[in-house]
Design a binder for this molecule. Structure first.
Ligand code: SAH
Length: 255
């Protein structure tokens, strides 16, 4: 398929992957390089933004926990406005735009306002972190299913299907779970997973500052706290975590 250059007045919702710029798709890299304006989230790495044209306009629309710089509705309207001025707009989101990225809401607004758009998938944090931390998310001997959930706390607790998550032969990947880590581990044990069930938390996956802490449901909260990890972090729960000892390749070995 011959690539069609970015079109004026269009919005490209582009997955920027988990951080390492080499994990961008060829299409994402091309569109980033062609855009007149890029509207980006706080999870988009500097190395990815560096691929923009020197004269491109970079607009930060990021959200950090508790610091919503632009409400979602305003981001949606901004994209519509920019497109209507005839610019080639790239809306860059960390990971994949359709996995916990509110990409669906943004595209709904574009569609309702008659703005042309395309969506470019990206490597979601789970895939990037799994590979770079040496944790295959499925494995014939350990897990035949993998579930992605958000650990974002609502009113201090997580509203998740605990019996469905607390299952053996399954990997659970938790996005946005750092501040709810002890709650999460406690709930999984309460619903039947053993305290010695393996779990890991990975900071800044695929980036030079990647750090991984492994433990069990019983020990991980304290280990993570001692390690003083910084967001973004991803939590992986399941037997596959034990494979890391053999399969790790990216981080420097720790003592
Ligand atoms: N659309 C994104 C997810 C957005 S939600 C994706 O597909 O990856 C934001 C959460 O993603 C963070 O709180 C964190 O849990 C996770 N995340 C994103 N990038 C990450 C990274 N490089 N390392 C670890 N976790 C990451």
């Amino acid at each position: 398929m011959k690539p069609v250059p970015a079109k004026s007045g269009w919005v490209y919702l582009v997955g920027a992957g988990p951080g390492d710029p080499e994990l961008l798709t060829i299409k994402a890299a091309r569109l980033i390089g062609e855009a007149d304006v890029l509207v980006y989230d706080n999870l988009v790495s500097k190395a990815v933004l560096a691929l923009a044209r020197p004269d491109a306009e970079l607009m930060y629309a990021g959200k950090e926990r508790g610091n919503h710089s632009l409400p979602q509705e305003q981001i949606n309207q901004l994209l519509v406005r920019l497109a209507k001025t005839g610019k080639r707009v790239v809306r860059l989101k960390g990971g994949d735009p359709y996995i916990f990225g509110r990409g669906g809401e943004e595209v709904e607004t574009l569609q309702a306002d008659g703005v042309h758009f395309e969506v470019v998938p990206g490597i979601t944090a789970a895939a990037g972190v799994g590979s770079y931390a040496g944790i295959p998310l499925t494995h014939r001997n350990h897990a035949q299913a993998c579930v992605f959930v958000t650990g974002h706390l609502k009113d201090g607790s997580m509203n998740l299907d605990w019996p469905g998550l607390a299952r053996k032969r399954q990997t659970v990947v938790i996005y946005m779970g750092l501040s709810g880590l002890s709650h999460l581990c406690a709930k999984l044990m309460e619903h039947g997973l053993p305290p010695e069930w393996p779990a890991a938390i990975v900071q800044h996956g695929t980036q030079p500052s990647q750090r991984t802490v492994t433990g069990t449901l019983a020990t991980l909260p304290e280990l993570a706290e001692t390690a003083n990890l910084r967001a973004p972090t991803l939590i992986i729960v399941g037997e596959v975590v034990t494979l890391r000892d053999k399969l790790r390749w990216f981080e420097e070995p720790t003592s």
